[in-house]
Design a protein around this ligand. Structure first.
Ligand SMILES: C[S@@+](CC[C@H](N)C(=O)[O-])C[C@H]1O[C@@H](n2cnc3c(N)ncnc32)[C@H](O)[C@@H]1O
Length: 364
């Protein structure tokens, strides 16, 4: 048997996987983390109640496991509907290569608590890969996610990204896998992803895949988490130049499984990411990181000379930030320097000012 139950500090039981040596939803426990991170982070309730949006809300549940995240979404949908609220239909697509995990959760519904009342639904999913109830459709995609996502044709509004850790499960966090996920984003609307990892390599991979990236909620105050979105305006706390400077000094900054020969190209792409530009409109539903790059490309053709001059100084700015220099602090204090990677233009104030919310302004 691969799984056992493990008591968490808060008292709840969580599923422990002996093969990876990892617990699903450690610390806070399955129900607290499912609600406090995956549902709260993606503002699922608000999205479900937005009945002006067309069609069902599509949730990709990556790593079905013990089904805590999926069942938290199911429970919320049922609660809203039974309370008389008009809610959007919900379509959950759960990806999993090990059906033993949800089977274990079903067999231990009484001890785990959260699967109780949903046994029939979960049984239906395990039996036929499809379960329905009211305005809910729940589908399972059994198999290897890095392969499945390359063939997936459905678009996601919301992604619960919950594999095992990058150490135990690197292919799930690799750039091709996250690019596959980014390709399933909404083209006329927004997609938001939440994950428990806040490592430099995971955040870099999400940025390189095309997302904007920021801090996520912290149901466990000692553990930072990550939100990624197709529009910067969806993020309350986008990563800023200080994060970029810290990324530069991290010992494992690269996306999982990326070959060493690609690191310089990845570094350049990360420094050129539109997240570090301040001229981006903040309103959601308008600009994805990649759309912005495309817009930039045509602007480049329009005023090549002017733009290349700007790019040059902006790149110098990004480079100096990435080498450890912070943007000007708001109070007029001198910029802080980092001892391990002195800035190229050491002693000079960086060209850009720090705009509100800590985002980096491109020097003009
Ligand atoms: C941390 S657990 C997920 C917990 C789950 N979201 C929950 O709420 O209970 C990670 C899950 O990802 C699945 N997984 C890992 N690698 C996978 C792969 N290559 N393809 C599909 N699923 C994978 C594991 O089998 C495991 O069930």
């Amino acid at each position: 048997m691969t799984f056992s139950l493990k008591r968490q500090p808060g008292g709840s039981l969580a599923m422990f996987n002996r093969e990876t040596g990892e617990t699903m939803h450690p610390g806070a426990g399955p129900w607290a983390e499912a609600n406090g991170l995956y549902l709260a982070g993606t503002r699922l309730e608000r999205l479900l109640c937005d009945i002006s949006a067309p069609g069902p809300l599509h949730v990709f549940d990556v790593g079905l496991g013990g089904a805590a995240n999926a069942l938290a979404a199911v429970t919320l949908h049922q609660r809203l509907a039974s309370g008389g609220r008009r809610v959007r239909p919900l379509r959950i697509i759960s990806f999993e290569h090990d059906p033993e995990a949800p089977r274990f959760a079903l067999d231990h519904a009484r001890e785990l608590g959260y699967p109780r009342g949903h046994e029939e639904l979960l049984e239906g999913l395990l039996e036929s890969g499809l379960a329905r109830a009211g305005g809910l459709t729940w589908e399972a995609r059994w198999g290897d996610f890095p392969l499945l996502i390359q063939q997936e044709e459905t678009r996601a509004d919301v992604v619960f990204f919950d594999p095992f850790s990058p150490r135990a499960n690197p292919a799930m966090w690799s750039l091709p896998t996250l690019e596959g996920l980014y390709n399933c984003r909404r083209r006329h609307g927004d997609t938001i992803l939440v994950t428990y990892s806040s490592s430099f390599s995971v955040r870099a991979a999400l940025l390189l895949a095309g997302f904007f990236v920021g801090e996520g909620p912290q149901p466990n105050p000692r553990r930072a988490t990550t939100l990624a979105a197709t529009a910067l305006g969806l993020l309350d706390q986008p990563l800023d130049a200080r994060w970029l400077a810290r990324w530069r000094r991290d010992r494992e900054p690269w996306p999982a499984l990326s070959p060493a020969g690609k690191h310089q190209t990845l570094r350049k792409a990360l420094l050129d990411h539109p997240q570090w530009q301040s001229d981006l409109p903040q309103s959601p539903k308008l600009h994805s990181a990649k759309q912005h790059s495309e817009k930039q490309h045509s602007a480049k053709q329009h005023s090549a000379k002017q733009h290349s001059a700007k790019q040059h100084s902006a790149k110098q700015h990004s480079e100096s930030l990435a080498q450890g220099q912070e943007p000007s602090p708001p109070s007029g204090r001198r910029p802080r320097k980092f001892h391990r990677a002195p800035p190229v233009d050491s002693g000079k104030k960086p060209a850009g000012k720090r705009p509100p919310h800590g985002r980096t302004r491109r020097p003009s």
